[in-house]
Design a protein around this ligand. Sequence first.
Ligand SMILES: NC(=O)c1ccc[n+]([C@@H]2O[C@H](COP(=O)([O-])OP(=O)(O)OC[C@H]3O[C@@H](n4cnc5c(N)ncnc54)[C@H](O)[C@@H]3O)[C@@H](O)[C@H]2O)c1
Length: 266
Amino acid sequence: MVLGRIAITGAAGTIGTAVRRALRSEAELLLLTDRVPLRAEAPNEEVRPADLSDPAAVEAALAGADAVLHLGGIPDEAPLAALLTANVLGTHHVLEAARRLGIGRVVLASSNRAAGFYPAGHLTSPREPVRPDGLYGVSKAALEALGSLYADKFGLSVLCLRIGTFAPAPVEPRDLATWLSPRDAVGFVRAALTAPARPGFATAYAVSANTRRFWELPDRDVLDYVPVDDAEVHSADVPGAELPTDPTAPQAGPYARPEFTLRHLG
Ligand SMILES: NC(=O)c1ccc[n+]([C@@H]2O[C@H](COP(=O)([O-])OP(=O)(O)OC[C@H]3O[C@@H](n4cnc5c(N)ncnc54)[C@H](O)[C@@H]3O)[C@@H](O)[C@H]2O)c1
């Protein structure tokens, strides 16, 4: 058992469900929190309902954890007020609870969409300035900034994972670059939770070893995991996979279009 007591926010969600099941046998205890109903599925799971907008509830949910995996939040474009509450204030409450409780390691679910306006022909590094492709991307840029603040000012160890497209398999052409397989997602999360505890902050892309990827894979000294899946293996099942891609088009693809954000602007 390499993992200690791990708290997971957003544990009822798509990634939370997959990660929870994969890490269950390796963790001493999984403290699962979400605002929607959840059930313990093993003796080492404990469910602690909380809304991320409620700081006291978040602190109660994380009490006793050695590390936190913060997945909870709105995972797509939405009105800014909703994103600020769930993704920005919610992350603040998680980091603040970690500081108050003395939890050394916090892993934050960021998104590639914090930098979706880099062109597809560019291999983007997480050390480059953010270029959000919408309001959701802005909320993830703020999440990363909060993580950096809590590392620099309060000595927490914070790792942000800029998650690609989490799915069982790629389904559209953009996914051939951005896919994150469930197996690689678990690999990145495990590495982030178990990386040597030292104060500091880092951001890394969590993406499979896709032939067409346009994001840097993490430095091994930041995150000791080498992804094993490649979306190319599934390209025959992806309609349009053979069409040329425009290297000047944004990495975010359709998410970068004005309409995608305009419908949330009233
Ligand atoms: N799925 C992807 O491909 C992808 C890509 C990039 C980043 N991410 C990020 O990874 C994380 C998990 O994504 P997912 O696909 O599992 O999303 P999801 O929507 O399936 O899960 C998110 C969970 O957060 C919970 N939640 C939302 N608001 C909450 C609140 N105010 N209080 C408490 N719980 C709340 C929801 O109930 C849900 O169970 C998100 O932060 C998302 O932004 C996901």
